[in-house]
Design a protein. Sequence first.
Length: 156
Amino acid sequence: MNRRRLLVVPLVAALLLGSAPALSGCSFQGAVKDLSGGNVDIGGTSVPSDFPKDVPLASGDVVFGAGLGSGDDKVWNVTVKVDGGDAYTAIEKQLTDAGFSGEFGARGPNGGGTGTFSNGTYGVLVVVTDAGSNGWVANYSVSKGKAPSPTPTAGS
């Protein structure tokens, strides 16, 4: 069940980035609440109020913010508009300066990349990507414990 929640939040962010502006936040939040069992907070274009203060975010406009679950199963997803595909360099430095270990292991040929980080309390999966009309964005998926995997593993 926890793996399903880890996958739902990034999928929600991807859907919002590609959705038509006519999609109302209330009806969307209702659909996600039904899927998640009710423990969801889609903050829209703001960082969720309970987002971990230990996790630094890139500076830029928040495109999407959400929290899903509760207690140790809580995950957060925040998407921030960044200056370009090389933003992962500054993001990696922010996280390591804040006490996280990890790195961007996968970098795209045209910029962007994927990295996983942990400080022992929180795991962070960061994806920097070109989001078309939204420009370059950094998507942060944060969970307690280790970083969520960017791809499902066998047996999950």
